[in-house]
Design a protein around this ligand. Sequence first.
Ligand SMILES: [Zn+2]
Length: 335
Amino acid sequence: MRPIFHPSLVNGRYGDPTVYVETLFEKRSVLFDIGEIASLSARKIRRVDQIFVSHTHIDHFVGFDHLLRLLVGHEQTVHLYGPVGFAERVFHKLQAYRWNLVENYPCELVFVVSELGTEHSISTTWFRLRKAFAAEPAVSRETSAGILCDEPTHRVSAAILEHGTPCLAFALQEAAHVNVWRNRLLERGLPIGPWLRSLKQAVVERCADDHLIHIDEAATSDRLVPLASLRDLLTVTTGQKIAYVTDAADTPANRTAIVALIQNADILFIEAAFAHADAALARERAHLTTTAAGEIAREANVRRVEPFHFSPRYAGDEERMLAEVMAAFRKSHDG
Ligand SMILES: [Zn+2]
């Protein structure tokens, strides 16, 4: 199947962390972090409608001004997601400029800014150009498992990591394509009904084999059947999964949270800020080493790993940095 997501590192492995994901959904792109983005064309930047910001250290957020400059005068709504305190940072960025004479502007520009407070709670604040980007009262809602947005085409989930400050890691998951074979249903005497929707959903959500599906049969009592026994009724085309992990201390809690989030990703962008030999420095700065990045990728069974955020101290040493990540990544693949 043709991949629907086309991600790329905007500033290479050493520059500001930013991944641009072109999607095949109509005119829509996604950004993970918004560091320096001057190398992206205006056309590409104007296609972005979702921006996921890990945290607001300057190298991850400085590109917001560039984006703002390009969007003023265009009718657009951009959704931004970040950790707790994020809306206030966006507010201050917007309030750094004077916005008089905007009430009658022909084009409205809206920033919808959501903060993931805990993995169960999101708070959203709206900022509109015609209101001089005054913050509207925040609206809270519940979520589960760090799900930031859930659309028919794709879902983005986050894990909250420790980096001296809360820092989000992200997973972008294309919805699976699930088809039910009607003839197989009939052969097994199973009814066509709303339960098929829960069945499809369970598959889309990658539930385990022992997950129970409720088959509602009108005539007899309800039946609970493990998902495993129903899989042969379906054809499933798994969606693509892209993960983005940066600025995380190498702690057991962070590793557990990252591995759970990025499990089986097709492509993992992961920071490898420090070389293996500089693990002490990495610990002090709350970053991952090359080896840690490779080990995490391996443990999560990702298909391809793209390390980035190499510290400038390793300029000219890209091959060595990559080799360290790959050595840790491949170790387990060979057993
Ligand atoms: Zn940072």
